[in-house]
Design a protein around this ligand. Structure first.
Ligand code: FAD
Length: 222
């Protein structure tokens, strides 16, 4: 909540809000492309009240609290994407050995192996970037840059690997007979939520150039 509009984002305070009051209005978002097992809702707050002992941190800390939540959220999205990439890879290896064309398993075609090899490399790189961000977090150091690098790479890798897994499966991959179409639908949102890939690029770019291309957005909050 904004406590003093003249302070911009420095006037924000973060509150936990009781959900059993009339102004708390969730509305379910249906017809999503993926994440069908997860409820997603839009939440509107109209004249809700919150007591001062439900404040997280102090007045003025709201923006920082929200940003620190993103460091954890982004990290867990990145870690989940390593799993999505790995599952895409494992399904592809299994199917490529099982499916025969021209009297041999399709795993015997070099171009199929090329797709699988690229999935191996990207999945391994994503895993190591997540481990690196995790080790910085475990050391209690600021991990915004490492988390953005891991989130950016791991989410793009999950989308790439699940797309290639469908390709390895051919037409069968486009049907619900195999899990890879679901992996793709579930992966697709990960480059969007918890900060889009473009926002991760801006965070990484800011860290290495020292020039803050995100600044106009923060300035707009002022
Ligand atoms: C399934 C699902 C669950 C979600 N869960 C949550 C949740 O729990 N909590 C929550 O707060 N939000 C949640 N979101 C919202 C999500 O975080 C936003 O959709 C996301 O941040 C992108 O914002 P937007 O949709 O307004 O896109 P826009 O901001 O309109 O972006 C559109 C495009 O413009 C680009 N763009 C925008 N601004 C810039 C810029 N300054 N520089 C460069 N490129 C830019 C984006 O990268 C993107 O490519 C969820 C969304 C989905 C789909």
């Amino acid at each position: 909540a904004q406590t003093d509009p003249s302070l911009g984002h420095r006037g924000l305070a973060c509150f936990l809000v009781e959900t059993d009051q009339p102004g708390f209005m969730p509305s379910q978002i249906t017809a999503k492309m993926g994440l069908w097992a997860s409820d997603t809702a839009e939440i509107a707050l109209d004249d809700v009240t919150a007591s001062s002992d439900s404040m997280l941190g102090s007045v003025g800390d709201g923006f920082k609290v929200a940003m620190s939540a993103l460091d954890s959220g982004r990290y867990s999205v990145a870690a989940g994407c390593v799993g999505l990439a790995r599952a895409s890879l494992e399904e592809s290896i299994s199917y490529a050995n099982e499916r025969t064309q021209f009297d041999r398993p399709i795993a015997g075609f070099q171009l199929v192996q090329a797709m699988i090899a690229d999935m191996v490399v990207k999945t391994e790189a994503a895993r190591l970037l997540v481990y690196k961000a995790g080790s910085v977090k475990d050391a209690g150091k600021p991990s915004t840059l490492e988390t953005s690098i891991a989130k950016y790479y791991a989410t793009e890798t999950a989308v790439w690997c699940s797309d290639k897994a469908i390709q390895v499966h051919g037409g069968a991959g486009y049907s619900r007979d195999h899990p890879v179409e679901r992996y793709y639908r579930d992966a697709r949102v990960t480059t969007i939520y918890e900060g889009t890939s473009q926002i991760q690029q801006l965070i990484i770019g800011r860290a290495v150039t020292g020039v803050d291309a995100l600044k106009p957005m923060v300035a707009e909050l002022d």
